[in-house]
Design a protein around this ligand. Structure first.
Ligand code: INI
Length: 156
């Protein structure tokens, strides 16, 4: 069978600049996502001088800050990290929905890839499970997806 031309991204973070956007809300969870992402990017060749962490209040603020970072021209990708944990009110749905929609819009409008590392869980236990315990680390997953996407976009 003939070989099919295939474009895929390498997991090579050398010479790439990333903004890591992290919420203070639920920081006991989000800090685990941040350290997982930094560990992942460093182990794949990122220079610490090319990583910038930006701390913001909560998930609702992710899109507007992400937009500014994406449009600055200073970063190859923006990694958005946060945790929205369901409470007794519909607040969760509004915050999680707007943050998700807003981040997707920023990526599409700016053309700069956005790593989606926003946990949306029904309980604190589910968030802990996804922040470096039994269900992995969403910060690492999002960093990996972002790196791959940056490298794919560079070839298109
Ligand atoms: N922000 C979060 O990042 N996670 C949450 O779980 C959350 N809840 O549940 O309220 C949350 N709310 C704050 C929101 O993101 C804004 O920071 C706030 O409304 C001020 O604009």
């Amino acid at each position: 069978m003939r070989d099919i031309h295939t474009i895929e991204g390498q997991y090579d973070a050398r010479n790439l600049r990333f903004a890591i956007l992290a919420t203070r809300f639920n920081d006991f969870i989000v800090d685990r996502l941040v350290s997982g992402a930094i560990d992942y990017l460093s182990r794949h060749g990122a220079d610490p001088d090319n990583l910038t962490i930006i701390r913001i209040p909560g998930a609702f603020e992710l899109p507007v800050v992400c937009k500014k970072l994406a449009e600055s021209g200073r970063y190859d990708g923006v990694l958005a990290l946060g945790a929205v944990i369901r409470g007794a009110t519909p607040h969760f749905d509004f915050v999680a929905g707007e943050a998700t929609k807003g981040l997707a819009q920023v990526a599409l409008q700016s053309g700069v890839p956005v790593g989606f590392g926003l946990l949306t869980t029904d309980s604190i236990e589910q968030a802990i499970e996804r922040a470096g315990t039994k269900a992995g680390n969403k910060g690492v997953e999002a960093a990996s997806a972002l790196l791959e996407t940056v490298r794919v976009l560079q070839q298109l």
